[in-house]
Write a protein that binds this ligand. Structure first.
Ligand SMILES: Nc1ncnc2c1ncn2[C@@H]1O[C@H](COP(=O)(O)OP(=O)(O)OP(=O)(O)O)[C@@H](O)[C@H]1O
Ligand SMILES: Cc1ncsc1CCO
Length: 518
């Protein structure tokens, strides 16, 4: 018999230990197939060969009834004994080459991979697919590190786009992270995951059929979104930069009329200034650093700011919870990776945040954006940081960097400095407004993140417009404050800056903007 054609979309990996107590494993398998599972792997680490073979025969009877291929984990003898459609091996099991030799050319063979090197070896060793993981922390495995969508992406990019090798992601895949994992992990080579492999999310679910239906629909949505992105289809609906700039007076008026509420997880240094800046511009802040209220808040706020300025474990927990709930509620997430390159903890936290949620807008100085560029695999110069400040003159081609990171992360990137740059991967502008005193007080970048978040609430379908408007509004306030006679240094500037945010008129957003397309 020739090798079956496999649909990898929803791959169930069984585990008797995690099976929901209300039904047998066989029932879980059958329910899940009725819910859309396209491929099953029997993984039973605790059973001896005899018991494993007996169970495999029973499971095979079910999968055959629905024409769904069954793969056997690790034990090639069992796979051959029951004439399963194939097998899956781990890095520490029998080698891929040996497994292929034993199985012959017409069985499906998969191997677990956790690095680009392992993926490339799998290509040479005759595997049909790779299981990429561990993506997130799981109950079944406690890995030293998780890959997250960014790590999965690096592996997808190690496989030539036109190679027949198929790919699935495994490890902590649930209905609420599937869509983001699939769309976010898509490689720059155009490779999108062919499927998701799920254990607990199906066998441990109260209703395995419903869980499978949800997972399959989330996988399809993620796949669609990634594919559209590569075809450039998501650029079709973008307003022109000219139209965006023209919309600013109205955006500011609406912001003041609606006064959108923004959940801030900000740092100890700037907490008060960011709350006052939000109010002065016309928005409404709530500074709430406890993870326990993140879900409730996500239902009532219009946007969220995650600021890692003064990092503690409880801030991190709150940011992860707030981001996740904001994603679920469709509220904009603005990420301010303060001091991202300064320490290992800030770098790891930045990576964890980008992996754990979809960030809508990243706002940082050149040092912070360079750290993110390197974390996400964009080629960019490394910009040194001293503490929370970026050193030197920045990038030689800043517009190209913000554009590359925005494209890569499928979000808007705003990079501050003497000249500010904003890109959504397609539209990129340089903003030449602002006053040098903004660089001499602490938190002027953080206040910009707050302004962007208020505008994102007013402009939910165009976060590029929100980011440019937020930067422009505060830079104009900075110019007006810096020009005042009563401002004699950073201290008096700080108070005047807040005043001028409140005094800013919608018309000034049009007449005083020095913004050009780059
Ligand atoms: N020399 C300058 N001239 C004009 N505007 C400036 C100057 N320096 C900074 N700014 C403005 O200040 C804002 C904040 O930028 P900056 O890069 O200093 O933020 P940051 O380093 O993240 O700040 P913080 O960490 O203190 O919040 C930007 O909008 C920028 O336009
Ligand atoms: C100075 C400083 N240190 C941690 S956060 C912060 C304010 C800039 O965000």
């Amino acid at each position: 018999m020739s090798k079956p054609i496999v649909d990898y979309s929803l791959y169930l990996v069984t585990d008797s230990g995690l099976n929901h107590p209300s039904r047998t494993l066989l029932q879980s398998v059958e329910d899940s197939i009725r819910g859309g599972v396209t491929l099953v792997q029997l993984r039973e680490k605790e059973l001896d060969t005899e018991a494993f073979t007996a169970l495999a025969r029973q499971v095979h009877a079910v999968t055959k009834k629905y024409n769904v291929p069954l793969l056997i984990n690790d034990n090639i003898d069992v796979a051959l004994a029951i004439d399963a459609e194939g097998a899956h091996v781990g890095q520490d099991d029998i080698t891929c080459v040996e497994a292929r030799r034993l199985l012959g050319p017409n069985k499906i063979l998969g191997i677990s991979t956790g690095t680009p090197q392992e993926a490339q070896k799998a290509l040479a060793d005759g595997a049909d697919y790779i299981g990429i993981g561990t993506c997130f922390m799981t109950q079944t495995k406690t890995p030293k590190r998780t890959l997250g969508p960014i790590g999965v992406r690096a592996i997808l990019e190690a496989i030539p786009a036109d190679h027949p090798m198929r790919t699935v992601v495994i490890g902590g895949i649930k209905h609420d992270n599937t869509r983001r994992t699939v769309s976010h992990s898509a490689g720059a080579n155009g490779r999108v995951l062919d499927g998701i492999a799920v254990v607990t999310g199906i066998v441990g679910a109260v209703d395995a059929k419903v869980a499978s239906e949800q997972l399959l629909s989330e996988f399809k949505a993620g796949y669609e979104s990634a594919s559209h992105y590569f075809k450039g289809e998501n650029s079709a609906a973008r307003a022109s930069i000219e139209d965006v700039l023209k919309s600013f007076p109205q955006l500011l008026s609406t912001l003041r009329e609606k006064s959108p509420l923004t959940h801030h997880i900000s740092n100890y240094v700037v907490m008060n200034d960011t709350a006052n800046a939000t109010l002065a511009l016309g928005g409404s802040p709530i500074m709430a650093p406890s993870a326990d209220e993140a879900e409730d808040l996500s239902k009532v706020v219009s946007s969220v700011v995650l600021n890692i300025g003064t990092l503690t474990q409880s801030f991190v927990e709150c940011m992860l919870a707030a981001g996740k709930h904001a994603n679920a509620q469709g509220k904009a997430v603005v990420f301010d990776p303060v001091g991202a390159g300064a320490t290992k903890l800030r770098e790891t936290t930045t990576s964890n945040i980008l992996n754990a949620m979809h960030v809508d807008i990243i706002k940082g100085n050149p040092g912070e954006i360079s750290t993110i560029a390197n974390l996400t695999g964009c080629t960019a110069e490394s910009i040194a940081m001293r503490g929370v400040d970026s050193l030197g003159d920045g990038f030689s081609n800043p517009a190209a960097v913000v554009q590359a990171v925005a494209k890569r992360e499928n979000c808007v990137v705003a990079m501050t400095g003497k000249v500010d740059y904003v890109s959504d991967g397609v539209r990129t502008v340089a903003i030449n407004n602002g006053h040098p005193y903004q660089g001499r007080i602490t938190g002027s970048g953080c206040m910009i993140a707050s302004a962007i978040a208020s505008f994102a609430a007013i402009s939910p379908n165009d976060h590029f417009a929100a980011a440019v408007a937020g930067i422009l509004a505060l830079n104009l306030a900075g110019e007006h404050a810096g020009a005042r006679d009563d401002v004699r240094g950073p201290g008096t500037f700080r108070a005047a800056f807040i005043d001028e945010m409140a005094n800013l008129t919608p018309e000034q957003m049009l007449t005083e903007a020095r913004i050009k397309t780059v």
